[in-house]
Design a protein around this ligand. Sequence first.
Ligand code: TMP
Length: 243
Amino acid sequence: MSVTAALTRGAMLYEGKAKMVFATDNPELCVVLYKDDATALNGLKKGRIAGKGAINNRVTNHLMRLLESRGIPTHLVDELGDRETLVKRVTIIPLEVIARNIAAGSLAKRLGIPEGVPMKRTVVEYCYKDDALGDPMVNESHIIAMGWSDEAELESISSLSLKINEILKDYLSGAGLTLVDFKLEFGRLPGGGIVLADEISPDTCRLWDAKTGERLDKDRFRRDLGGVEEAYAEISARLLGVS
Ligand code: TMP
């Protein structure tokens, strides 16, 4: 039996909107379980997307393996099953890092730009992770002033995010997908250093069909566009060869 197969799932440490996190008998590892539950508008809109948990688990691990192979450190240890993955236990840095290649979503709304307009460079934004405050956008000086991160760590977060963007944009374009924007989270390891954590999936990325512009991500749920399950299945088929 492999080391990871011998691990037992312990107490639930955390339940979020789309995932649960469990302790294991190894204090350095935990298990993430992906749910089919979907929320939008900071939890105001709730629903279920059949099969989403398994697709997001598999797609996330697939993309994290790709990133690892290109020198990006991630929390991934081992895919345990359809919806469950063993990851390194980290302290999540309380920031959502958003990288944008094409204007869409909240940026398009805030700046009055039509969705789909390419931008002259990749935009990186930070939001402070706090549901009660609605994850407000903050800048680097807020982050350092509040002690959520420091200058050196933030420099790593920003350069890793730009490198991740280049790797994912290129890889996804090979699958006929345009990476419009996405959200990342990073975690601190107990021994120091940061790794990419959380997920990279159609929940956390805007993915448009490169030819037709069709939305193949959670915007179908957020905006009541229909065909939600089909969009997730299409991403699974294009990236993993299974739907
Ligand atoms: P936004 O345009 O709504 O700010 O979203 C930008 C990207 O970040 C989009 O791909 C969706 C993703 N995202 C999350 O994964 N979680 C969030 O809480 C938010 C606000 C955005």
